[in-house]
Design a binder for this molecule. Structure first.
Ligand code: FRU
Length: 333
């Protein structure tokens, strides 16, 4: 039997396979209590820990919500089982931040077929059959990272150098879009060559190992672009060990105060882009759906750019580039 990792709040303490619907009890003189199940990819990364904390804080303000957070432990099969368990237990809404698109597409469709609204958080799947999506514009973030790289390497038309790219999980849309947006900008520069591009699954240790290998193979690396800050920092640490960190610029993504922003301040990273956690907005959207209000199909959270010049004043905003979202299909009751 699948072992579920529970991280939950709300009035009910659930045993691993206990019926989640057992939580659907009447509180406060007959007011309905909603069970909202959230399947989180992993809690091995600080960004996801913050994501869960903010979501829990938001849910704490709603006595009518029982939020059940499950940790899929970075495993697709675990996450598939969690979504199917939520369906079996007939939760009122499902929030999911999918590990990857191919494996989670079908379970999301199954939940929708069962009449359960699904709100995708941060990573999407390969179907339009979901109720709403809340996350960043990763194509735009990739393009902004590309503009920074061009600037750091000499400016448009004159930029020169070798970039080593370290990718997040390439079966997930954020990694694909962060790669595509970056390449779109940087490939216009004949003086820049991009190496690397391997999947490091968002993890610092994997990125460190990839960078060690790259440093042993390439005598020149001028800039590292990593799809998140932990990987950019891992690459920085490998370069530092090899005595080459001061010759390389490092760009990451996430810009958490205690990670990316701090590393930009200390000079370990050259720049980072904010990737806001989507939990609070995701909960708000779920509650609107449960209240029968219309919701948008996509909610795009804006990014900010952080460099050494602007980090102490909170970075600079970036104009959203995403077109006006379409309204979602009729909400489930
Ligand atoms: C955490 C994380 C973040 C990244 C996001 C992309 O798992 O790797 O660092 O921005 O996922 O989905």
């Amino acid at each position: 039997m699948t072992r579920f990792h529970f991280w939950m709040i709300g009035a009910c303490a659930l045993a691993a396979t206990a019926a989640l619907t057992g939580c659907k009890k009447e509180r406060d003189a007959g007011k309905k209590v909603y069970t909202i199940g959230f399947s989180q990819t992993t809690v091995k990364e600080p960004w996801r820990v913050l994501f869960n904390e903010r979501l829990k804080e938001a849910a704490d303000k709603h006595p009518e919500v029982n939020l059940v957070i499950l940790d899929a432990d970075d495993r697709t099969e675990e996450q598939v089982a969690q979504v199917r368990n939520f369906i079996d237990q007939k939760v009122d809404a499902i929030l999911i931040s999918p590990k990857e698109a191919p494996g989670l597409t079908r379970p999301v469709e199954e939940a929708m077929d069962a009449g359960i609204p699904v709100i995708l958080l941060d990573r999407s799947v390969s179907t339009d059959k979901y109720t709403s999506f809340v996350g960043g514009d990763n194509l735009q973030i990739g393009r902004e990272a590309g503009k920074l790289a061009v600037k750091f390497l000499g400016g448009p038309g004159q930029a020169k150098g070798i970039i080593y790219e370290i990718c997040g999980g390439l079966a997930s849309p954020p990694a694909q879009e962060r790669r595509d947006g970056f390449h779109e900008i940087v490939e216009k520069e004949p003086g820049i060559k991009i190496l690397g591009g391997l999947d490091a699954d968002w993890k610092k240790d994997n990125a460190m190992a990839k960078m060690q290998d790259a440093l042993s193979r390439y005598s020149e690396i001028d800039l590292v672009y990593a799809h998140n800050d932990p990987m950019a920092h891992g690459a920085y640490l490998a370069a530092k060990q090899a005595g080459r960190a001061d010759k390389i610029k490092f760009i990451g993504i996430d810009a958490m105060p205690d990670e990316g922003q701090r590393w930009v301040r200390t000079g370990e990273l050259t720049a980072t882009l904010l990737y806001p956690t989507p939990g609070e907005k995701g909960l708000e959207v779920a509650l609107d759906i449960l209240a029968g209000k219309p919701v948008e199909k996509r909610y795009i959270l804006p990014t900010r750019v952080f460099t050494q010049e602007n980090v102490d004043r909170g970075g600079d905003p970036v104009e959203p580039s995403t077109p006006t979202p379409a309204t979602a299909a009729a909400p489930a009751s």
